[in-house]
Design a protein around this ligand. Sequence first.
Ligand SMILES: [Cu+2]
Length: 258
Amino acid sequence: MKRSNQLKVFTLTVMISMLLALAQNTFAHTRLRVPVIEENTANHGSTYNDVVIGHGCQNTTDGASTIDTLGTVIVFPDGKDSIITVNGAPHDGTLFDFIVKGVIPITKVQDRSIFTHEDYIKAQDGLTNVGFWVGGGSGLRAGFRGLFPFTTAGVVIQPDSCVKSITFVTAIADICEITDPSGFTDATVQLWTPAVGSIYDGAGLHGYDSPATLKVNRSATPLPESCGEGVDVVVKPSAEQLNRDLQIKLDGQKIWPR
Ligand SMILES: [Cu+2]
């Protein structure tokens, strides 16, 4: 092989391994196991999914993710005061403009294989589940991944809307040490939240503005012809909702954040 060719091969190999390392890092973040789903009508039932914790918290010595996780909490946008965009442009209406139920209905699949406790986070109406938390026990060991099962059901796009897809931006906190918000560091918590100005933004921290998302593609009804290409909707929880809902309460007692 000519010297210049060898150099090309070498450069390519280095580039590929760098890309692979990058891809693995991205994959190791806390995400949903199935990030893109179809609509489900009542007849088609539920879509099974998991919150995937990719790694624990980072120690302050070498920055490796060697700290165990004590619990995790996830919140979906409640559809009430959520931040909605249509093809990137702000939308003033509610989620009812785009999805039939106005929220994404979620159900936790009972599972105490990693943590001893779990419960729902309720919307302000006290009925709708907007998220859930799991925690307690010996926890999730650093170096292992954790799957926390749940389902979404009955997510139906308004048939006469021009919605091609709707993406729900979630907010997740993987907790390694119970602190108040001033104690949030890479060693105490991994915040996978949209930066919307809540106390959970975590500027400068590992997961800053890198939330897990769930995209629902239109599949039950055809796009009305007048829609042309159709639109992509993105919905994020508001700062107000996160400050209120992204927390762990056990028997009415707030245990995280302190
Ligand atoms: Cu990560």
